[in-house]
Design a protein around this ligand. Structure first.
Ligand code: SF4
Length: 362
């Protein structure tokens, strides 16, 4: 039987010194020093036990969504205690923990805290979340120092497979970063350093125009072409969906999509458990995406909305769009007025990936 994948994201601490346009957290949340850990253990255990997990299943528990490396040492110890208790209750399953950081702050201090955490628990990794707005040379330098220092630390324990920490780039279509720049920082000695890289494209913060969507579409294609040898989640997800989703009807897509229900959970700062579809490309900001843009996550309603858009209705890649979760930002953008181009910017990329897969199969 296929191993299950379960992702559980927790709103644990929302403070961050950044102020990026398009951030889903409010200013008030980013300034708050509150830690939302009340009753968390019971909720995490409830989810894990109802999911009937086995040892080889892939379980990821993410602690987000601000910069957790702003927590002080007492608070980090509380987090470690919580993780320890989760492990005590779930001894038979392997869990990876992803702690979120924006790397905005005093870098040496953040590195020191990160090392403290990973030395206490070797299943802890980092989700380095960056908004494209601050993807400057300075940020990439910090990223490389942080990533390099943690790699050295793990290397000293004998871990040479460096694929644990993940960079999540939240793309704001109005401020697209230079692909050549960040590509450079993913290389060591001229070669790709193996770090996984995830992208989340969020809907426009303020305004929407087709020209920006067109630019986003071109940027995604450039990214794909220039990073073919990278372990790019966006590429892996699209390829995986195209290879496994040769459905003959939309009804089959709906059933396949609904099958994923239950493998993605989110615990909000209010302790509410949100049980969502596993929609990888919308995963990072899923609950707030639904809330902010009043998106109805029901896949049948999503299809109806896409079909009202004149580009989507004839799109040959609708299945891929639905199954990757890319449709979530499309629906938000349709609501904001996208009309004459693909409303999430992915159509060209889906086309390119599909044609490359065809070419390599023949
Ligand atoms: S890829 Fe773009 S055009 Fe195609 S269905 Fe999705 S949002 Fe619509």
């Amino acid at each position: 039987m296929e191993n299950k994948k379960l992702i559980l994201n927790i709103e644990y601490f929302l403070q961050c010194a950044g102020n990026c346009a398009g951030c889903f957290l409010t200013r008030q949340e980013r300034e708050s020093s509150e830690v939302f850990n009340g009753l968390l253990l019971g909720k995490v255990n409830e989810i894990l036990s109802k999911s009937k997990l086995e040892k080889n299943d892939n379980i990821i528990i993410g602690f987000g969504r601000g910069n957790l490396l702003n927590l002080d040492y007492d608070e980090l110890n509380l987090l470690l205690n919580l993780i320890n208790e989760i492990e005590q209750k779930n001894k038979d399953i392997n869990i990876k923990y992803e702690v979120s950081t924006s790397l905005i702050g005093k870098l040496p201090l953040m590195i020191e805290k990160a090392k403290y955490l990973i030395n206490k628990n070797k299943n802890i990794y980092f989700n380095i979340v960056i908004n494209s707005e601050i993807a400057s040379k300075n940020f990439w330098n910090n990223y490389q120092t942080f990533y390099g220092d943690l790699s050295k630390e793990r290397y000293s324990w004998g871990i040479t497979d460096e694929t644990g920490d993940i960079l999540v780039l939240n793309i704001n279509p109005e401020s697209l970063p230079s692909i050549d720049d960040f590509k450079k920082y993913f290389q060591q000695d001229g070669k790709y350093n193996g770090s996984p890289f995830n992208i989340s494209v969020f809907p426009f913060a303020n305004k929407l125009d087709d020209r920006s969507l067109q630019k986003l579409s071109e940027w995604l294609l450039e990214l794909y072409e220039k990073t073919k040898d990278f372990d790019l989640n966006i590429k892996n997800i699209i390829e995986g969906v195209i290879k496994t989703s040769n459905f003959s009807s939309l009804e089959d897509v709906v059933n396949y999509h609904n099958y994923g229900k239950g493998y993605y959970y989110f615990i909000s700062k209010n302790g509410e458990i949100i049980d969502g579809h596993f929609s990888t490309m919308g995963e990072v900001d899923y609950p707030r995406l639904l809330d902010k843009y009043k998106i109805d996550p029901d896949i049948r309603n999503a299809i109806k909305t896409l079909n009202k858009n004149k580009v989507c209705v004839f799109c040959e890649h609708k299945n891929t769009c639905l199954l990757t979760g890319a449709y979530l930002s499309a629906i938000a953008n349709i609501g904001l007025g996208a009309k004459s181009v693909c409303p999430n910017g992915y159509q060209g990329l889906f086309e390119q990936v599909a044609s490359n897969l065809d070419a390599s199969a023949s």
